[in-house]
Ligand binder design. Structure first.
Ligand code: ADP
Ligand code: MG
Length: 832
């Protein structure tokens, strides 16, 4: 179903409205030429007229049509930016915010002081900034400080089709801010940009916009992309299939970059290694002529060597496994002949028989310039994909989903799509998450295919059949409907939106997720608990519209999850703040340690991985501390790792030698700085500063830290199942939690894995083969009632009290009757 809103196509009959000002931009001739090729340039006037006449405009256009890079420039030239009002652009991904700001600065020949970016950990915004790229989360935080966004004249919400949670909320909030700004006489323009035409959730939602905004569609100058479906699906070994496919393309098809979509970092690396091995390439051959000569020699040598062993190293191609159907007709498998330029003779080559003609014809001798691309990759490595590959090579980018819409990689002619994506799935109520590899949506598959047709006709190889494609869901569901929303609700409450349920969400989150979030926030003390009077129905309604508490306000100022915000809010005791800041930063950044349990391509590599893993385990043991410090468990390891790394100057070398992820360590450093600033702004007298080389905490401090962590992770308490309680074998070494009926276990990577403390708190539960707790610390049972009264209440003794029930000391019952906390009445030593 197409949109019902008016679609502006031709310029209106009115005389073009002249911009009040015209701000010249000094672009280089090459940039001007490249710009002119972008489809959006033809629509500049339509777009600018629509913006001048409407407060809200929607722009739809295929990825690569020039929305992100050009629309800010149109606005800038038309005088929409000034020192007292900038153009703000939000991106759901950090990668895009950084690289797009750099690209636009370069195109406009302006410094990054004028075209800047801000992401959670860093930014280069200055007082001259006029075009500001940022992540959607950053803008949401700004709204909290300045609801009317008075620093901006225009807000562009980019990649709205991704329906990221913060993007959705921003559109809801801006639908209210825009009219408010108009009333104040300082109009704010809102531009929503989307890669697909599916914008009904925005346009047809009467609660969102009272007047349906115009939709401008930019006709993409998309070259035809021939879709090749696999006949057989599903393939378990899609990574291997990708390898075979890339080899085949590289050996047989005309020049043009290859873009492979895989699901995760480990897969990306493993495919990169396999490809580099199959088509070796000496890097650094772009520098000078000498280098070039050398590289040509390299290529010649390589050609020779390939000739000798080519038959054995390359897999035989099974031509029958593909059927070829043109785009838009993908409803059935067809064995039809194709009209495209790769059918026929080239493809008919049989590579398996060592036919020398085949060898001459194929350009298999070209080295393959293989680059990985995923969001955790260091930015300077990410940026490599934008520059031309070294002469005499073919570019092959092996990417995760980041390459689907956010980034346009130049020169791609072939796309290999495994059809899968790795997503984090959450249980809406318990927040238990698991990473699962699932099929993508049809919309995603088409986006991926589209990446092949940017500069010339291309080809997309789908490693699944068209029948499977037809079973894909049409679009993936908006993020907000699929994850816990406590962070979002806290942010909204901080904006004094009390009846969250009445908020104009483009797609509202499920009622049970909203209720779970409010309940958690009440338990954390972030919301004022409603009086428990009146009928049950009224009580429930009251629970869903609690105002924020003073503690909640403090928690909301920290750019971290509410649970962590609470830890920070409690840490102004016993000089614990620097440590809590570090622990919270480490938990927020996640994945501090390198993953060495990945499949290796050679025995040599296997041995290397093993060695590295042993070294990491040894270091973790060291970082876990001694004596009672060890009870802080994995969080002590995080603290120790960050401390050690900073002590060594946070160098790449130190990280590599000790199994730490360098990028994570840099992010932790930045987040520590940012949280320190946030803390100082809340408690102006704290005078806190980060000494990267913090000294280790004392034993007493570690005990306080354990209590602080417990207070923050309140609903994440687990009690070890006692021998007498064992229901069956599946409960061996298991823990019971307040939220789940199933057994959960301490993750084998935890330093507490073997110790099995009686009570623990966990950072998160991740489901793989079992439910595993990660980020585990031991806590003392007597702390629980003092620190977490909302999670405990005193009940009558059970008929069959569990053996841990202790009549002298009393007992605490959690909300779930299945979990009993045995406690003594001694009050803990912590001041809360
Ligand atoms: P859209 O937002 O519509 O997807 P973009 O504005 O991101 O399109 O990209 C427009 C064009 O600009 C792309 O086709 C690409 O060729 C070019 N481009 C974008 N970023 C870079 C970059 N960092 N380096 C070189 N070219 C780029
Ligand atoms: Mg874009």
């Amino acid at each position: 179903a197409g949109p019902t809103a008016p679609v502006c196509q031709a310029a209106s009959t009115k005389p073009p409205c002249k911009p009040a000002v015209f701000v010249p931009v000094d672009r280089s001739p090459e940039i001007e030429e490249a710009r002119l090729k972008l489809p959006i340039l033809a629509e500049e006037q339509v777009i600018m007229e629509a913006i001048s006449e409407n407060p809200i405009v929607i722009i739809c256009g295929e990825t690569g049509s020039g929305k992100t890079t050009q629309v800010p420039q149109f606005l800038y030239e038309a005088g929409y930016a000034s020192p007292d009002g900038a153009i703000g652009i939000t991106e759901p991904r950090r990668v895009a915010a950084v690289s797009m700001s750099q690209r636009v600065a370069k195109e406009m020949n302006l410094s990054h002081r004028v075209v800047s970016y801000q992401i959670r950990y860093e930014g280069n915004v200055s007082d001259e900034t006029q075009i500001k790229f940022m992540t959607d989360g950053v803008l949401l935080k700004e709204i909290q400080k300045d609801f009317l966004l008075s620093k901006y004249k225009v807000i562009i919400i980019d990649e709205a089709h991704e329906r990221s949670m913060y993007t959705d909320i921003l559109i809801g909030l801006l639908s209210r801010i825009v009219p408010l700004r108009a009333k104040k006489g300082r109009p704010l323009k809102l531009i929503v940009m989307s890669a697909t035409l599916r914008v009904e959730d925005f346009t047809e939602n009467k609660r969102l916009f009272s007047v349906t905004p115009p939709i401008i569609q930019v006709d993409a100058r998309q070259f035809p992309v021939t879709i090749h479906f696999n006949k057989k699906t599903p393939l378990d070994d899609y990574s291997g299939e990708c390898f075979r496919k890339v080899c085949k393309i590289h050996r047989m098809l005309p020049p043009g970059g290859i873009l492979v979509f895989l699901t995760g970092q480990a897969e990306v690396h493993s495919l990169c290694r396999r490809l580099r091995k199959a088509f070796p390439f000496q890097k650094n051959n772009t520098a000078g002529d000498d280098d070039k000569e050398e590289s040509m020699e390299e290529i010649r040598k390589f050609k020779k060597s390939r000739k000798r062993k080519k038959v054995t190293t390359l897999p035989k191609i099974d031509l029958d496994s593909y059927s070829v159907v043109p785009v838009d007709e993908g409803d059935e498998d067809r064995d039809a002949e194709t009209d495209d330029d790769i059918a026929g003779s080239d493809l008919d080559l049989d590579l398996g028989d060592g036919d020398s003609e085949a060898d001459e014809k194929s350009d298999s001798s070209l080295p393959l310039y293989v680059l990985p691309l995923y969001s955790l990759l260091a930015p300077e490595k990410q940026a490599k994909v934008f520059s031309a590959p070294p002469p005499g090579t073919r570019l092959c980018v092996v990417a995760t989903n980041v390459a689907e819409t956010s980034l346009t990689i130049p020169g791609i002619k072939y796309v290999v799509d495994c059809g899968k994506v790795k997503k984090r799935f959450y249980d809406k109520i318990t927040g238990v998450s698991s990473f699962r590899v699932t099929w993508i949506s049809q919309a995603s598959a088409n986006q991926r295919a589209g990446r092949a047709g940017r500069t010339e006709p291309g080809h997309c190889y789908r490693l699944y059949s068209s029948a499977v494609f037809m079973d894909f869901e049409k679009f993936s569901a908006p993020e907000i409907t699929k994850r816990p929303v406590e962070d979002l609700i806290l942010q909204m409450k901080a904006l004094n939106i009390e009846k969250v349920i009445n908020f104009p969400f483009p797609t509202p989150p499920p009622a049970e997720a909203l209720a779970a979030a409010e309940e958690l926030l009440i338990a954390l003390g972030a919301l004022k608990e409603p009086p428990m009077t009146g009928r049950l129905k009224q009580q429930l309604a009251a629970k869903l519209s609690c105002p924020i508490s003073p503690l909640g306000r403090i928690m909301a100022t920290f750019p971290v999850a509410p649970r962590y915000g609470k830890m920070l809010a409690l840490s102004r005791q016993h000089d614990c703040l620097p440590y809590t800041i570090t622990i919270v930063s480490a938990m927020t950044v996640r994945e501090l340690f390198e993953e060495f349990d990945r499949p290796a391509v050679s025995e040599e590599e296997t041995a290397k991985l093993k060695e590295k893993k042993a070294r990491l385990l040894q270091m973790q043991k060291l970082w876990a501390g001694q004596g009672t410090m060890q009870k802080l468990g994995d969080l002590m390891v995080m603290l120790g790792a960050v401390g050690a790394c900073e002590y060594a100057g946070c160098t790449r070398k130190f990280c590599e030698e000790n199994g730490l992820r360098y990028k994570a360590m840099l992010e932790i450093r930045r987040l520590r700085g940012q949280l320190t600033t946030a803390v100082n702004s809340v408690c102006t007298d704290a005078g806190l500063y980060v000494d990267p080389k913090m000294k280790p905490p004392t034993e007493a401090q570690v005990t306080y830290l354990r209590q602080i962590v417990l207070a923050g992770l309140g609903d994440h308490v687990a009690r070890r199942v006692q021998a007498e309680e064992l229901l069956d074998d599946k409960w061996k070494n298991a823990y019971k939690t307040a939220l789940l009926d199933d057994p959960v276990f301490i993750h084998p990577s935890s330093v507490l894995f073997k110790q099995l403390p009686e009570f623990v708190v966990y950072q998160e539960i991740v489901e793989t083969t079992k439910m595993y707790m990660k980020g585990v610390s031991a806590v003392e049972p007597e702390w629980i009632p003092a620190l977490l009264p909302p999670y405990c209440h005193f009940g009558k003794p059970l008929e069959n009290p569990p053996p841990s029930y202790c009549p002298e000391t009393g007992r605490i019952r959690c909300h779930r009757p299945s979990v009993f906390y045995r406690v003594s009445w001694q009050l803990p030593a912590v001041e809360v």
